[in-house]
Design a binder for this molecule. Structure first.
Ligand SMILES: [Fe+2]
Ligand SMILES: [Fe+2]
Length: 284
């Protein structure tokens, strides 16, 4: 499953595409290896005190709601599960690499807010449709728009222009990109995910969240549909987000997931509740 090969080749040629540090690469290797254990992860993460303390901070956050404090990574794995802790590691790494771009000033804060909000909606959508691995949806929702960060690193001027046009003509970011006939943030995100060797399920969500039907018959199509739906609902909850607004749900994605219109109100209500407990994600 590949997208716009010509654009992909063009983006791959940029020299300043963000790269992962050695420890980060090791974390991704553990994430991708089905035989890896919690102690493998522990061994790697303990070499980076900042990474490990921030993972613990998130593990202790009100979002997960455990009354006793989690003091070690091993304990975090026991309480939250290996998958969740691996995803927290990816969350902190991504935040460090992509959301601290001085050339974009405060603008990335809005995008991080949208990332967390979409992660929460994605997880709730997964619970609503009974998807067994809701942890996957949190990380896929969190990372779905990382292509915008990549573009902001390579060409902040282009992002400024897209944001201005999007505001002026009240068009979604993605539609402005399409009208300008430049590689869009799905293309940039796709190249980044492959460069970082992120799991397929994340790469697909990043690459097809605006064009979910293009994924065809893929075993992870459901995940992409859920992230697509969650992105739109997330925008609906916070329509003031200049980077993200004005999107519509693809009917086929909605119907395939078997969602009922009445579910939307509950998803929105639940998201607002959980977002009250997500403060630690904003103080990473
Ligand atoms: Fe997007
Ligand atoms: Fe988005």
């Amino acid at each position: 499953m590949d997208i716009d090969q010509e654009y992909t080749k063009y983006i791959e040629e940029f020299e300043d595409l963000p790269t992962l540090d050695f420890i980060h690469q090791k974390v991704v290797a553990v994430v991708n290896d089905p035989t890896s254990s919690a102690s493998d992860l522990n061994e790697i993460i303990s070499k980076d005190p900042s990474l490990s303390s921030r993972i613990l901070k998130l593990a202790n956050s009100a979002y997960y709601g455990f009354p006793k404090s989690v003091t070690s990574l091993t304990q975090a794995v026991v309480i939250l599960g290996f998958k969740t802790v691996k995803n927290l590691a990816l969350s902190v790494m991504t935040y460090d690499k992509l959301f601290k771009n001085p050339r974009m000033g405060e603008k990335l804060k809005t995008l991080w807010f949208h990332a967390v909000n979409t992660a929460v909606v994605s997880e709730i959508v997964a619970e609503t449709v009974g998807y067994p691995s809701k942890e996957d949806l949190f990380i896929c929702g969190l990372l779905h728009d990382v292509g915008k960060n990549v573009l902001a690193m390579i060409s902040p001027e282009t992002v400024e222009t897209i944001l201005e046009l999007s505001k002026k003509y009240r068009l979604p970011f993605y539609e402005v990109e399409t009208k300008l006939e430049v590689p869009n943030h799905q293309n940039f995100g796709n190249v980044l995910c492959r460069k970082w060797n992120l799991p397929d399920v994340i790469t697909l969500s990043v690459s097809f969240h605006h064009t979910p039907l293009e994924i065809g018959k893929n075993p992870n199509a459901d995940v992409v549909y859920m992230v697509h739906v969650a992105d739109v609902i997330s925008n609906y909850i916070h329509p003031d987000q200049s980077w993200t607004g004005g999107l519509k749900i693809e009917e086929k994605a909605w119907n395939t997931l078997g969602l009922k219109p009445s579910a939307v109100r509950r998803i929105i209500k639940e998201t607002k509740e959980r977002m009250k407990n997500s403060k630690d994600f904003f103080e990473l």
